[in-house]
Design a binder for this molecule. Structure first.
Ligand SMILES: [Zn+2]
Length: 86
């Protein structure tokens, strides 16, 4: 039984070579931590507009528009959207 164990240890030594690759894991961790920051940046970019196939009333002028953008807590048509502020 103990022979089996020592054999396992021997095989474990061989995969110990791979452990050298695993040694780079800590730096991998650092990368993942850094990657969290840009990901948080991307999230807000997905929000700003809503699409309705039948069209929906603009919160500013009441005109029907298929695409409306979020502005001042409402959804407005392209004509009312203040692009400079976006
Ligand atoms: Zn409008």
């Amino acid at each position: 039984m103990s022979d089996d164990a020592s054999l396992d240890e021997f095989l474990g030594d061989e995969s110990g070579d791979h452990a050298e690759t695993g040694a780079s894991a800590p730096s991998d961790d650092g990368e993942a931590t850094t990657a969290t920051e840009p990901a948080a940046d991307i999230e807000p970019a997905t929000t700003t507009y809503a699409w309705s196939g039948e069209g929906a009333a603009c919160d500013e002028c009441g005109e029907t528009a298929e695409r409306r953008w979020q502005q001042a807590g409402g959804l407005v048509c392209p004509g009312c959207k203040d692009w400079d502020r976006a």
